[in-house]
Ligand binder design. Structure first.
Ligand SMILES: [Fe+2]
Length: 184
């Protein structure tokens, strides 16, 4: 069984009480995730437990202090355990979206503030992308995605910044796909 010692990487963008609360809830979450064993081998039950936990986190997380960029979506890493998983705050201005992309590992996302719209695509035989679903997630709600599933988050609340927590799993250290770590 692979052991993975979590490496805590916090962005000290916040100060004071909110920062302390954030630190505590992320530490608790990280301690729990690290009891789950190798995440790349996790079955459906564990994956759904992680989604439920990320949704719970999103309900207590404070999104009001997040900074936004007009040029690109924001990504603030809360925790990164290399070769295992990461948790990041994603910020999207109204109408702002990522490029359609996939991840080598499975993951999930839950909305903290605003509305995250998630579009899912499949790639056709000639390389074109075809939209297969589009769904909006209000605060506390979220979605799961499989390895290599193509998706595109968008800030769908016209009145405010959308803030969401995104959990990504990574292949164990040394494998090809670990180079993806840090991409949304
Ligand atoms: Fe993604």
């Amino acid at each position: 069984m692979q052991s993975h010692t979590p490496v805590v990487e916090f962005n000290f963008a916040r100060q004071g009480e909110i920062f302390e609360q954030e630190l505590q809830i992320i530490r608790r979450f990280a301690a729990w995730v690290d009891t789950l064993g190798p995440l790349d081998q996790a079955g459906p039950e564990v994956r759904l437990q992680v989604l439920a936990a990320v949704r719970s986190l999103a309900r207590v997380f404070k999104g009001s202090g997040e900074k936004a960029s007009m040029q690109d979506y924001g990504r603030r890493v809360l925790h990164h355990a290399p070769g295992s998983w990461s948790l990041a705050v994603i910020t999207l201005q109204p109408g702002q979206k990522t490029e359609p992309h996939d991840h080598s590992g499975w993951g999930c996302a839950a909305t903290v503030q605003g509305i995250e719209r998630n579009r899912r695509f499949v790639r056709g035989s000639r390389g074109s992308l075809y939209l297969i679903s589009e769904r909006d997630y209000l605060p506390g709600n979220g979605y799961y995605f499989h390895e290599n599933e193509i998706h595109q988050p968008e800030g769908a609340d016209p009145r405010q910044l959308t803030v969401a927590l995104h959990f990504l799993t990574e292949a164990p250290a040394g494998s090809q796909s670990q180079a993806e770590a840090g991409r949304e």
